[in-house]
Design a binder for this molecule. Sequence first.
Ligand code: RIB
Ligand code: CA
Length: 313
Amino acid sequence: MKKKIIIDTDPGQDDAVAILLALASPEELEVLGVVAVAGNVGLANNSRNALKVVELSGRTDIPVYAGCARPLRRPLVTAEHVHGDTGLNGPDLPEPAIALQDQHGVDFIIETLLAHEPGTVTLCTLGPLTNIAMALNKAPQIASRIAEIVMMGGAYFEVGNITPAAEFNIYVDPEAADVVMRCGAPITILPLDVTHQVQSTRPRIDALRALGNRSGAAVADMLTFSESFDLEKYGWEGAPLHDPCVTAYLLKPELFEGRLCNVTIETASELTVGMTVADYWHVTDRPRNATFMRNGDAEGFYALLTERLARLP
Ligand code: RIB
Ligand code: CA
């Protein structure tokens, strides 16, 4: 059964790979639209990068929208130190010929969920959850119509990457993450615990470049640029590849393992704001609102990624 998905994203090199993987899999995924959100860099660059990636894939039929330019309540925190000043440093991609849709991305999310049968549209979130929270606040009736929210965000043992306690996507807009975690829709979380197991080692990047297509070369350039921050920080063989775990879960859920438990977002403490507090061992009676993944099959992931990117131009 083909899944209808909306991709909410702050591209970001890893976002770009997640989008390409989805667009390379039309038998399984019908991408209804791509919505940019402020996160890795500002909204203007994230929106432009989303257009560039859709154009790179050759799927210029896919509409791209701009969503929210800042978090619900807090000043925007960005990550140019990881992704570069454009947010997609690495490949030399042309200025996009395709343009953003006029409609605001939040209204597109609401309209799409209201227009399709309940339980048939999946939201794939690759950045801060501002757009999703705004849509839920503006039209609470959409919550019951969402098939599943599959998000990259949070952490358990891996705690934080932007602070000692918080992962970036949640930290940028913790109030938005709190709204989403409480909305009642089925939620699956791919946290740092999983994405840190999925590392783009040099042989894996070389295999992508060896595909011989423009997408493989661009992805290799993206990952070679964005890896430097993580390699220096963690000293691993490869940098973690975060967002494509969301797409891979949609394509091959058996690559991942976790459990349904409560995940609550810290929004008050300045020391731990943005922390995902996962009650993985059910020591409380808090509602079990999310499937929190803890493990991923890295070999299976890269086999899928490489095989699918080979299909693109
Ligand atoms: O913490 C990793 C997440 O933050 C990824 O989505 C990456 O693109 C950045 O947005
Ligand atoms: Ca992202």
